[in-house]
Design a protein around this ligand. Structure first.
Ligand SMILES: NC(=O)c1ccc[n+]([C@@H]2O[C@H](COP(=O)([O-])OP(=O)(O)OC[C@H]3O[C@@H](n4cnc5c(N)ncnc54)[C@H](O)[C@@H]3O)[C@@H](O)[C@H]2O)c1
Length: 263
């Protein structure tokens, strides 16, 4: 049965960047629905909230359980500790989804070097660092695995609003994905990235609500004529890349953008 390739029973998934209502949180619930044991991780500033949201996931995951961890993806020691903690808590690791990211909407000539480098540090260096530690953990374990990164529809183009640091960092995520896919392929580890269009609302896109005309335009600009709904439009493509169903896909960018990039 082809549907059994989407069954994650017996597998452990780590999702990084799980703010309420965001794509990472949706990913964690989708993976739990598909049968995986779940570990969620986010910044220490969100930590107070994490155990109760892990408990919600544990309810979805039944007796498979869920665990909550603190991490800052810009901090090498923190990322290394995360992987140790997850393996201690769950005994193994099969899937890593990195949804951690920040956006900066600012004209290029008002953006400071510090601001630019901060965005690159989280989105690009953070993706590489999580990928590096995930790759080490998965190859040590020796049973393959899947890593899913998050870029954007603007991975290989730019958008109509000034976000030079964001666009630059997310373009880098594509080649980090391909580079890690090349090095980890011989170990049976698939590395791909999802490129979402505008999914509204999430913590990152909530501010768009202040400009309803712009928000409507983002929807109308797609072939489907609407914005992405985090509750319904993300889980399917995520589950594909996170499951054995995508066993012969690696180094790929999968656009989930209502056709935005296809015009
Ligand atoms: N929502 C969209 O329309 C959209 C479109 C394209 C790409 N994306 C990407 O999807 C991912 C999730 O975005 P979202 O819209 O769900 O936003 P979100 O703000 O809900 O999620 C981002 C998460 O990253 C975490 N994070 C930020 N800095 C971190 C750090 N240093 N260490 C650890 N965690 C950190 C945040 O706490 C949050 O949980 C991001 O990478 C974003 O760039 C989103």
């Amino acid at each position: 049965m082809v549907t059994s390739a989407f069954d994650l029973t017996g597998q452990v998934a780590l999702v990084v960047g799980v703010a309420p209502g965001g794509l990472g949180e949706r990913a964690a619930h989708a993976l739990a629905d598909a049968g995986a044991e779940i570990a969620v991780a986010d910044l220490p500033s969100l930590a107070a909230d994490l155990p109760s949201r892990a408990a919600d996931l544990a309810a979805t995951a039944g007796d498979r359980g869920a665990s909550a961890h603190e991490v800052d993806v810009t901090d090498e020691a923190s990322v290394a500790a995360l992987f140790q903690d997850v393996i201690t808590a769950h005994g193994r690791l099969d899937i890593v989804v990195n949804a951690a990211g920040v956006m900066l909407r600012k004209p290029y000539d008002e953006t400071t070097v510090e601001e630019f480098e901060r965005v690159v540090r989280v989105n690009l260096t953070g993706t590489w660092l999580v990928g590096r530690e995930a790759g080490k953990a998965l190859t040590r374990q020796g049973s393959g695995g899947r890593i899913v990164n998050l870029t954007t529809v603007y991975a290989e183009r730019v958008g109509p609003v000034p976000e030079s640091a964001y666009y630059s960092s997310k373009a880098g995520v594509v080649n980090v994905t391909r580079a890690l896919a090349a090095e980890l392929g011989p170990h049976g580890v698939n590395v791909n990235c999802l490129a979402p269009g505008v999914f509204y609302p999430t913590q990152m896109t909530a501010a768009l609500g202040a400009d309803p005309d712009r928000l409507a335009w983002f929807g109308e600009r797609t072939m489907l004529g609407r914005l992405g709904d985090p509750a319904t439009d993300f889980a399917g493509p995520l589950l594909l890349l996170a499951s054995p169903a995508a066993s012969y896909m690696t180094g790929q960018v999968v656009y989930v953008d209502g056709g935005w990039s296809a015009w």
